[in-house]
Design a protein around this ligand. Structure first.
Ligand code: F3S
Length: 407
């Protein structure tokens, strides 16, 4: 039986309203199912379940009920991408009916007290936990980034239990919140010679097939990857393999040495990977596309560095007229890039930068897009699934994409 404090007893018994009591029941049940001893207070939550495409009318009804009952979120709460850019949804060719429903969802979340950040990379600016801080994140790529690259602690939440955590301001003390559950158990030795950033995403998809969701891989790389390489790796690992944490020896906070990453234990296995294994993913999962009608960059939402890199690759060339070249990012990054000299080059080339959304959660099948090139393996993994396989996708490096779609 899980121990709760007097204050938590009052929350559970309805002293703070029926929705707090419901949230507490869900959080306690989750804790009991995972043998937690107690709950722990949290100050930060990141919610998924924002795009009308993924949550539908049922979510609107639930949120309307909560708002009309006066629910207010206890934790500081940010929102994942919605199904459209709020100021440029017409340019994206998002249908009006979808747009109206999407606006209502975000308005309702805001009425509860959530911040309309609408990004899957809140850890860069808007909702940035410290090392060791316990949070409740519900976007899988943000979960793996927070655990592995920041060294914050979060379990992999779903949209409903993260919402309950935001209402109650508590989560069960279990899983990756506990130091003893954060040690690596499997070593991945990667010869990453000649890897582009997109290859790290493919590596994540390749390993997702081989690892159990509870595994915590410990990577050793021949050449030091960048933070953005590791972010691509994490997002893909979390997509195809439901992995919530990894270590990279010498880079990530809890892995100064192999011994520290493994907590002094022995790995159950060592997997050796090179470019051939990584490239095998392309034939296995993706289509070969002669010429795309759209290019999507920014999965996870593009950072300033990543957008600048696109600008530098352009060499003053323009995107071919028949191709939509779209970059997805947060409002914060977009505002920063607009005051950067590279923005003019990007704009003149015909590239559009959208905020608030991403290619996976837009109603893409209704926007006249059929053939997509992207450098993001997570997006490539989900687009065909979310678009009922009507859309074909191929992963390519940003360098190759820019070379082939400019003139
Ligand atoms: Fe973010 Fe969408 Fe990729 S939410 S991680 S850009 S699938």
């Amino acid at each position: 039986m899980l121990d709760i404090t007097r204050e938590e007893e009052r929350m559970l018994s309805g002293d703070y309203g029926e929705w707090t009591a419901r949230a507490m029941r869900l959080i306690i049940k989750l804790g009991e199912l995972n043998a937690a001893d107690r709950l722990v207070e949290i100050s930060r939550v990141h919610l998924s379940g924002v795009s009308y495409k993924t949550v539908g009318d049922a979510a609107i009804e639930l949120l309307r009920d909560m708002v009309s009952d006066g629910v207010k979120l206890k934790a500081y709460t940010t929102l994942n991408p919605a199904g459209m850019d709020f100021s440029r949804w017409k340019i994206m060719r998002v249908p009006e009916e979808f747009a109206m429903k999407q606006k209502e969802i975000v308005d309702l979340y805001q009425a509860l007290g959530a911040k309309p950040t609408l990004t899957c990379a809140p850890y860069l600016y808007e909702n940035k936990p410290d090392r060791g801080e316990i949070v409740a994140f519900a976007e899988s790529s943000a979960v793996i980034y927070a655990n592995s690259i920041i060294g914050a602690r979060t379990n992999r939440h779903g949209s409903i239990d993260a919402l309950a955590a935001a209402i109650a301001g508590r989560v069960p003390l279990m899983g990756l919140l506990l130091k003893e559950n954060r040690f690596g158990n499997i070593v991945i030795d990667v010869n990453n010679e000649k890897f582009e950033q997109s290859d790290y995403g493919l590596l994540g998809l390749f390993l997702g097939d081989k690892l159990a969701p509870t595994d915590i891989p410990v990577f050793i790389f021949k050449h030091t990857p960048t933070i953005w390489d590791l972010r691509s790796l994490g997002a893909a690992l979390a997509a195809s393999g439901a992995i919530a944490m990894f270590h990279t020896v010498g880079i990530t906070p809890e892995a100064k040495t192999m011994n520290e990453a493994l907590g002094g234990g022995c790995p159950k296995e060592k997997i050796i990977v090179d470019m051939r294994d990584v490239r095998s993913v392309i034939d296995k999962y993706f289509s070969s596309i002669e010429e795309p009608d759209a290019v999507f960059i920014g999965c996870p939402h593009a950072s300033l560095d990543e957008i600048r890199k696109i600008g530098k690759l352009l060499h003053g060339k323009r995107i071919k007229n028949n191709i939509d070249f779209w970059v997805f990012t947060s409002r914060t990054v977009f505002n920063l890039i607009r005051s950067d000299p590279i923005y003019d080059i990007i704009k003149r080339a015909g590239i559009k930068i959208f905020t608030d959304t991403c290619m996976v959660v837009t109603p893409i099948e209704e926007m006249g897009i059929r053939y997509v090139w992207t450098d993001g393996s997570k997006a490539a993994w989900y687009i065909p699934k979310f678009a009922e396989r009507k859309i074909k996708v191929e992963v390519k490096s940003i360098k190759e994409i820019v070379n082939k779609v400019t003139e």
